[in-house]
Design a protein around this ligand. Structure first.
Ligand code: FAD
Length: 452
C-alpha cells in the first residue's frame, strides 16, 4: 500500500476526469488520477472482437460539440463522416418497410402535419431553455411534473406521431421509457444539442467518427499524464475537510488539497464519504438513474445494403432495434451495421438466452435491410448494464420531477470536492463533449480557489 500527495486527486479516468487532470497540470498543479478499471476511457472503449474493431461505447461527434472538436484537433486525431448516401428506411405500424430521404418519416400526410407542427412547438420551447439551468425557466415546475409521454398524448391522439416524436429523446437518447422522465428533461436533452430538430437529425447528431476510435481521446489525454494515472484503483473512501482530502483506493491513498469526483452520479454511493455528504446530496443522488440501451454491432463481408441504394440509416418506433446505421470503419472493406435496443425492449431481450436474443435482434435488422442482415460474420452486443463501474447506458438523468427540484445543486461543490461528468452537463449533456466541458469547469473552479 502506497501513500502519496498531490495538489489534486481526480477519481475516474473518463473524458471528464482526464480533461480536468490535464487542465490542472497545465496550470502547474500536480495531480493523481485514480481509475477503478484496468483501462482508461470509461464509457469510451475501442476493442477488437473476433477480428473486428468495434467502438463499444461512445463514438459520434456532432458539429456543435466544440469542446470535443477542440480536444480532437489538439490531440491531432482525424475524423471521417458516417456513410449516408442513398435512402433511409422506416418500418411503420403495419411492419412494412418503406424507403425515404430527408428527415421526415414516410407517414400519412395527417401524421406528417402533426409531427411538423409539434416539432415547431418543441423547437420554440427548447429555444427558451438554458441547458445549463433548465430549472430557471418560468414553466420548469409544470414541465418537470408531467411525463414526456403524457405531454405528447395531451397534444394529439395520433399514436404514430407520438411514438415518432417520443423516441428522439426517449429510446434514442435518455434510453428510458417515456413515462419515466419529464417534458423538461426531454427539453433539456434537446437544448443540449441546440434544438429538437438537431436532435432528430441523424446527419447532425451522428455526423463524424474518429479514425481509430473515440477512445483515443482519453487514451492520449492519459498518456500526457504518464505515471500520474493509476489503474485498478477503485476509490473506496474519500475523507474530506476544509484542509483537503484523502482518497483511499485498494492499493494506495492520495492526500490532496482538492478532489474531482469524475464518475457517473449513480456510482457516488460506492464511495464512503467521511464525513458523509450533506443531506441535499444524499437525497438528490437517489433521484438520478442510468438509462439502458444495448449497442449491437453486426459486421458483414461487405456493406451489402449500399448495393440496394440504402444509406444504412433505419428507424422504427415499432421495432426491437429502434434505430440502426452504417457503422463501417474508415477504410474497411467489410460493412458494419450498428443497431440500438433500448429501455423496455432491452429488458425484454435480456430475458432470452444469448442465442435467442441474437436471433431476435438480427431479425429486427432484417426488417430494415433484408435477409442478408441475418448472417453477420461478427456479432457483438455492448452491454454496459453489466459493467460494475458504469451500470447502464448511455448516461444518467433525473426521474420525474427531479430536475427542477435538485438540478441546480448537481454541480455544487462540497467543501474541497468537485463533481464532473457528462451526466451533469448543459451543452453536450450525456455526451463526450459535455464530459470535457464539465472536466474543464471543475478544473477552472479549483484553480480559481487556489489562486484566490
Ligand atoms: P465515464 O466515461 O463513465 O468515466 C467515469 C470513470 O470513473 C470510469 O472510467 C469508471 O471506471 C471510473 N470509476 C467509477 N467509479 C470509480 C471509483 N470508485 N474509483 C475510481 N474510478 C471509478 N457520447 C457521444 O458523445 N457520442 C456517442 O456516440 C455516444 N455513444 C454512446 C454509446 C454507448 C454505448 C455509451 C455507453 C455511451 C455513449 N456516449 C456517447 C456517452 C459518452 O460515452 C459518455 O457521456 C462519456 O464518455 C462519459 O464520460 P465521463 O468521463 O463523464 O464518465
Amino acid at each position: 500500500f502506497t501513500e502519496t500527495t498531490r495538489d489534486v486527486v481526480v477519481i475516474g479516468a473518463g473524458a471528464a476526469g482526464l480533461t480536468a487532470a490535464n487542465e490542472l497540470r497545465k496550470a502547474g498543479l500536480s495531480v493523481a488520477v485514480l481509475e477503478a478499471r484496468d483501462r482508461v476511457g470509461g464509457r469510451l472503449w475501442t476493442d477488437v472482437i473476433d477480428g473486428a474493431m468495434l467502438e463499444i461505447g461512445g463514438q459520434w461527434v456532432s458539429p456543435d460539440q466544440d469542446a470535443l472538436k477542440e480536444t480532437i484537433a489538439e490531440l491531432g486525431l482525424e475524423t471521417y463522416s458516417r456513410y449516408r448516401e442513398g435512402d433511409s428506411v422506416y418500418v411503420g405500424p403495419s411492419g412494412e418497410m418503406s424507403r425515404f430521404t430527408g428527415e421526415m418519416f414516410p407517414v400519412a400526410p395527417e401524421t406528417e402535419a402533426v409531427i411538423d407542427e409539434l416539432t415547431q412547438r418543441l423547437d420554440a420551447m427548447v429555444a427558451e431553455i438554458d441547458p445549463d439551468q433548465p430549472w430557471a425557466h418560468p414553466n420548469a415546475a409544470e414541465w418537470d411534473t408531467i411525463s414526456w409521454d403524457a405531454w405528447l398524448r395531451q397534444q394529439t391522439d395520433d399514436d404514430e406521431a407520438v411514438r415518432n416524436l417520443a423516441f428522439a429523446t426517449g429510446s434514442a437518447m435518455l434510453t428510458k421509457p417515456t413515462h419515466t422522465f419529464s417534458l423538461l428533461q426531454s427539453l433539456l436533452m434537446a437544448a443540449s444539442a441546440g434544438s429538437y430538430s438537431n436532435l432528430v437529425d441523424a446527419d447532425f447528431i451522428l455526423d463524424k467518427r474518429v479514425v481509430g476510435g473515440l477512445q483515443q481521446v482519453p487514451v492520449l489525454l492519459a498518456e500526457r499524464l504518464g505515471d500520474d494515472v493509476f489503474l485498478g484503483q477503485p476509490v473506496r473512501t474519500l475523507e474530506w475537510s476544509d484542509a483537503g482530502v484523502r482518497a483511499v483506493a485498494d492499493g494506495m491513498s492520495v492526500r490532496a488539497r482538492a478532489a474531482v469526483v469524475a464518475l457517473a452520479p449513480v456510482l457516488y454511493n460506492r464511495i464512503s464519504f467521511v464525513p458523509a455528504l450533506p443531506r441535499r446530496q444524499h437525497q438528490m443522488h437517489q433521484h438520478i438513474s442510468m438509462g439502458f440501451v444495448i449497442k449491437v454491432h453486426a459486421v458483414y463481408d461487405r456493406p451489402f445494403w449500399r448495393e440496394q441504394g440504402l444509406s444504412g440509416t433505419a428507424f422504427s418506433p415499432y421495432e426491437v432495434c429502434h434505430e440502426a446505421y452504417d457503422n463501417t470503419n474508415h477504410g474497411d472493406e467489410r460493412g458494419t451495421l450498428v443497431g440500438f435496443v433500448s429501455d423496455q425492449q432491452a429488458d425484454d431481450v435480456f430475458t432470452l438466452s444469448a442465442e435467442e436474443r441474437k436471433t431476435r435482434i438480427l431479425e429486427s435488422l432484417s426488417h430494415y435491410y433484408g435477409p442478408e442482415a441475418l448472417d453477420p460474420v461478427v456479432y457483438y452486443e455492448s452491454d454496459w448494464g453489466s459493467e460494475e463501474w458504469t451500470r447502464g447506458a448511455y448516461a444518467a438523468s433525473f426521474d420525474l420531477g427531479g430536475l427542477h427540484r435538485y438540478g441546480a445543486d448537481l454541480r455544487s461543490p462540497v467543501g474541497p470536492i468537485r463533481f464532473a461528468c457528462s451526466d451533469m452537463a448543459g451543452a453536450g449533456y450525456q455526451h463526450v463533449d459535455g464530459a470535457i466541458r464539465m472536466g474543464r469547469l471543475a478544473a477552472a473552479d479549483i484553480l480559481a480557489q487556489v489562486r484566490s
